[in-house]
Ligand binder design. Sequence first.
Ligand SMILES: Nc1ncnc2c1ncn2[C@@H]1O[C@H](COP(=O)(O)OP(=O)(O)O)[C@@H](O)[C@H]1O
Ligand SMILES: [Mg+2]
Length: 281
Amino acid sequence: MSRAEAPDAHSDNRSDAHPGAHADGAPGTPPAAHPIVRARELVKTHHGEGAPVKAVRGVDLDIERGEFVAVTGPSGAGKSTLLHLLGGLQRPDSGGIWFDGTSLDSYGEAQWAVLRRRRIGIVFQFFNLVSNLTVADNVELPALLAGRGPKRARADRAELLEELGLAGKERSMPGELSGGEQQRVALARALVNHPDLLLADEPAGSLDSKGTREVLRLLSRFHARGQTILLVTHDARLASAADRVISLFDGRVVDDAVLDADGDGARRRGTGVAGVLELKD
Ligand SMILES: Nc1ncnc2c1ncn2[C@@H]1O[C@H](COP(=O)(O)OP(=O)(O)O)[C@@H](O)[C@H]1O
Ligand SMILES: [Mg+2]
């Protein structure tokens, strides 16, 4: 099945479904390209054991195709919650999310699962590989689930594992690999369907400094080839690998800065509180 056949992919793709869709439509002009992700006024409260926690308190966000965006901020700022909302792993209390111009407000679990399978790759701090499947199967499985033929899935898996320095590890079980290797398998799994968006939540959070450098190098390499990435990290140095850094504090965006190509300075966007985050050490 192709992407275009995704259930409801177009059903709510009306112009009135796009906030900020400009009245720029002179007859004959092509419609403006959509950001790959748009969020408006996202709010999310967690209801755990104690008092409810308002983890995300009104976040607006646009991520354009090809951007490498880091979301940073201290522990508890709401970074993971925001990533979970953007990946459909949690639902907002209120606010809207658009993916490539399509409103996801009415999406249920099944539709989100299809969207993630085809268009959103996710890597987590603790890899979340399937422990009783081989490395090869961990990477091929999402390709097969997305409807890729077995031959093609195998070829794509082989190419990615080679690229990620994991050739020869195909028959290994995840538990036999180092943390850095497991995270590279997780990256291969997340990228095997060529997602429009890669979400990474503290992908180096459980790695040593060598593993951390490796993950960053790989993210930068895929970004250089056009991969859109949203990286969540509490580590400002990791964040500076991105070309735009959004700072969250207490569930709100307090800064949004585009870094210069040489990483030497930052241009601030919007009206965020500048200078909350030291981008350089
Ligand atoms: N499942 C949950 N149940 C209750 N509270 C949660 C849950 N997940 C996160 N929180 C709380 O929401 C706030 C934001 O958490 P989180 O999004 O994980 O922040 P970060 O990733 O920036 O550390 C924190 O106060 C955290 O304790
Ligand atoms: Mg987190």
